[in-house]
Design a protein around this ligand. Structure first.
Ligand code: GDP
Length: 365
């Protein structure tokens, strides 16, 4: 999964991104991730892995990972090619979800590109560039579909959808504000529009506003209101504090530091958690003697496709999945004990994976 960080200049993107790369997971474990200067890979925290490692006496833990991509340089006029605009827009096209950093902190030492702190104006500025880019794509598609309709009447519904989307964009609204049926959503996804991507607004607040999640920060309140209007999420972060947390070596130190700030979770962990729920993701687990590991899948994924996350050969040769629920496994103390109690199930190719499944795939090579 890949998240793109966007936002106006000077809102705290680099500070947050640097915290992410500092905290970064060891990239050797994630050969599938693109390692580029503007990409940071972070591990998804999962307490269950520590427990399974103990249980199995395993050598190591490999958490599942998320890629954060720093898409700096998005400025007013980007859709018209200003400031390398189009290049940045094409980067956004490749991500699964957008983290939109919004400045909600006052600091006279940090210049705002538009002269004052105003999160909704900032959001509108960025969103407008994305909307303009979508309008361009849609206009081309409408011309093409209108032509094709002459020989293929079945495209009438598609054209109607395209026009409805174009009308929304013309009102300067993002596509994600629209309601679609499942089938329509599939078509919309195929268009790969920028404003239909899920968004998390990261409200960057000062340290003082962190403990109460910006409850007394008027800017945060406005961001929340706006996000609600377009089915988006808000995560309150303080980029500077994230940078400090990422410099701490051990988990204990991090926990202590968070406690002194009155926090349970770092902003980064909150971002990861929100993106999981926003994108409908979950993790399943594998536990061997070499390693215990978490893998990301979409909720609703069936066993063979989940196996494919590990290796395409396992999906191709899938026979069945041997599954024990994490809680059952921990209670029994070992797979052997769980098997004796009849808690290890054999599931076939139609099995829908469940959160906390600890899996051993059987497959033909
Ligand atoms: P970017 O242009 O969006 O990447 O912004 P930067 O991350 O470079 O931040 C711009 C300036 O704002 C830097 O001087 C940061 O130190 C400062 N900054 C970032 N986050 C915070 C914050 O949470 N509080 C305060 N007071 N300053 C911040």
């Amino acid at each position: 999964m890949k998240l793109g960080i966007v936002g106006l200049p000077n809102v705290g993107k680099s500070t947050l991104f640097n915290a992410i790369t500092q905290a970064g997971a060891e990239s050797a474990n994630y050969p599938f991730c693109t390692i580029e200067p503007n990409v940071g890979v972070v591990a998804v925290p999962d307490e269950r892995l520590n427990v399974l490692k103990e249980l199995n006496n395993a050598k190591k833990i490999v958490p599942t990972a998320i890629e954060f991509c720093d898409i700096a340089g998005l400025v007013r006029g980007a859709s018209k090619g200003e400031g390398l605009g189009n290049k940045f827009l094409s980067h956004i096209r490749e991500v699964d979800a957008i983290v939109h950093v919004v400045r909600c902190f006052e600091d006279s030492n940090v210049v705002h590109v538009d002269g004052s702190v105003d999160p909704i104006r900032d959001i509108d500025t960025i969103n407008l560039e994305l909307i303009l880019s979508d309008i361009e794509i849609l206009d081309r598609r409408i011309v093409k579909t209108t032509k094709a309709l002459k020989s293929d009447k079945s495209l009438a519904g598609e054209l109607e959808m395209l026009n409805a989307i174009a009308a929304t964009l013309a009102e300067s609204k993002s596509v994600r504000t629209m309601d679609f049926t499942e089938e329509e959503q599939e078509f919309v996804n195929s268009l790969n529009l920028l404003t239909s991507k899920p968004v998390i607004y990261a409200a960057n607040v000062s340290e003082d506003d962190l403990a109460d999640e910006g409850a007394n920060n008027e800017y945060v309140a406005r961001v929340r209101e706006f996000a609600a209007s377009e089915n988006a999420e808000v995560v309150v972060v303080c980029a500077q504090i994230e940078a400090e947390i990422s410099e701490l070596e051990s988990d204990e130190e991090k926990k202590e530091f968070l406690e002194t700030l009155g926090l349970e979770q770092s902003g980064l962990d909150k971002l990861i958690q929100s993106s999981y729920s926003l994108l409908g993701l979950m993790s399943f687990l594998t536990a061997g003697e070499q390693e215990v590991r978490a893998w990301t899948i979409k909720v609703g994924t069936k066993a063979p496709q989940a196996a494919g996350k590990i290796h395409s050969d396992i999906e191709r040769g899938f026979i069945r999945a041997e599954i024990v629920n994490y809680d059952d496994l921990v209670e029994c103390g070992s797979v052997a004990n769980a098997r004796e109690k009849g808690l290890v199930r054999l599931e076939g190719k139609d099995y829908v994976m469940q959160n906390g499944d600890v899996v051993n795939f059987r497959f033909n090579v």
